[in-house]
Ligand binder design. Structure first.
Ligand code: PLP
Length: 428
């Protein structure tokens, strides 16, 4: 990307993990223009359009068995909303009206509409939301870096899964509708990847209690993890419903999708149907853009790219972790990584809020030709990190250049922190 002064940047985070196929892709631009000339709009409940059919079929094919039905929206928040509404409508249609409670992780993020804010795990919103909307019940997220004494990441994840079951039993399983979870964390946890045992455990718990397991793959899905669906990394523990957005439209158009199994959707269709739509869902221009994005996914084999370039990026980030003491942790999967900044690597003590670690990371990144993504909300109770998640089209040489610029970025950050006497150890 280039700014107003002609300075060049690598988009090292795909915006907020949106631009999966990179910017200004001519094939997508042409598909949008052609569709706009042919059919700009048709309301999906009155007139189905061919691009909707083609896009939904292609998406279901890429998602694979178990996710044959697609419901489209204009973004991630709407798609999460649809997933929960679908679960609720199924419960009501099958005589399980008592299932009204949704469980989610703390911390987590599921969107910015009122309902999705209410679902997400951000305690700083308590004053805004309490008494105003019905919140989800929170269970601890299986964080991997700062975990309670005596726990390993694996044992803490097992504890978090047990907390899920304890919460379900405390509420009464017959009142619990769904468990909503980001299988790989986004900005809220900084790309935390739970151990496989966690997925086995939550799948088993949800199955035993008749609770819908919904994966919010809005940020981590669409190939970024090295599988088209992140859920496929743990094939024995697949969720009931998957939600996608961000990379689905890759920034060319607002798009989100809920994916669900044919059996469930077709059963509901014979009872009550799924009775909610938006004026703009399955908009032909958005569907044409989405189809062209999926064409690029297949033409360029971007899922394989995510795996290969992800291995290069991950190895390079771990190398930077070794050479820069300001880096406390590097974690991620595929082309979705977070770099956690600390004042003291031994104690994992975060940098003070007054230092503005996230803002400084963005500034030093920009100075070195990198657009990064970071945000410290409410004093960052779980620490400070920035995301490294470039478009899946990044080349080997560009990945090396990104790492080179990140090296300089971390050096700049370290010298700022050292100048303020914030870094423990040599040079601090
Ligand atoms: N869920 C997750 C995990 C996200 O990261 C986001 C956006 O950042 C959303 C939901 C909401 O998506 P949107 O901003 O498209 O409404």
């Amino acid at each position: 990307m280039w700014d107003d002064d002609g300075r060049e940047y690598i988009d090292a985070s795909s915006g907020p993990m949106v631009s999966a196929i990179g910017h200004c892709n001519e094939r997508v631009v042409d598909a949008i223009a052609a569709q706009a000339r042919q059919l700009d709009y048709a309301y999906s409940l009155v007139a189905r359009n061919r691009r909707n059919l083609e896009f939904s079929e292609r998406l279901a094919r890429l998602a694979g068995p178990g996710y044959e039905r697609v419901s489209l929206t204009s973004g991630g928040s709407e798609a999460v909303d649809n997933a929960v509404k679908f679960a609720r409508q199924y419960a009501v249609a099958t005589g399980q009206e008592s299932r009204t409670r949704v469980l989610a992780l703390d911390p987590s993020y599921h969107g910015a509409t009122l309902s999705t804010l209410a679902l997400g795990g951000d305690p700083t919103l308590d004053r805004f939301l309490d008494g105003f909307v019905t919140r989800s019940e929170k269970v601890p997220a299986p964080m991997s870096y700062r975990i309670p004494d005596g726990h390993s990441a694996e044992s803490y994840a097992a504890f978090c899964a047990e907390e899920l079951e304890r919460t379900i039993l405390a509420l009464g399983a017959e009142t619990v509708l769904a468990f909503l979870v980001e299988p790989v964390g986004g900005l809220s946890t900084g790309a935390v990847v739970p151990p496989p045992s966690y997925f086995d455990a939550i799948r088993d718990i949800c199955t035993r209690h008749g609770v819908f397991l919904i994966y919010d793959e809005i940020l981590c899905g669409m190939g970024r993890s090295g599988e088209f669906l992140t859920a496929r990394n743990w094939p024995d523990a697949l969720p009931d419903i998957v939600v996608l957005a961000k990379g689905l439209g890759s920034g060319y158009t607002p798009l989100g999708a809920m994916l669900a199994p044919a059996g469930l959707v077709d059963e509901l269709a014979t009872i009550s149907g799924f009775n909610f739509s938006y004026s703009a869902n399955a908009n032909p221009i958005s569907c044409a853009a989405g189809l062209a994005v999926l064409d690029e996914f297949e033409r360029l084999d971007l899922v394989t790219c995510a795996r290969e370039r992800g291995a290069q990026l991950g190895a390079g980030l771990h190398e930077l972790e070794r050479t820069h003491p300001i880096v406390g942790d590097v974690r991620g999967i595929g082309l979705l990584w977070a770099v956690e900044l600390v004042a003291d690597r031994e104690t994992k003590q975060p940098l003070p809020a007054a230092f503005q670690p996230s803002e400084k990371a963005l500034i030093h990144g920009q100075r070195n030709g990198l657009m990064l993504y970071a945000r410290s909300t409410a004093g960052a109770p779980h620490g400070n990190w920035f995301m490294v998640a470039p478009p899946l089209t990044i080349t080997q040489a560009e990945t090396a250049e990104l790492l080179h610029r990140l090296d300089r970025t971390l050096a700049g950050l370290s010298s700022d922190a050292a100048a303020e006497g914030l870094l423990a150890g040599p040079g601090g």
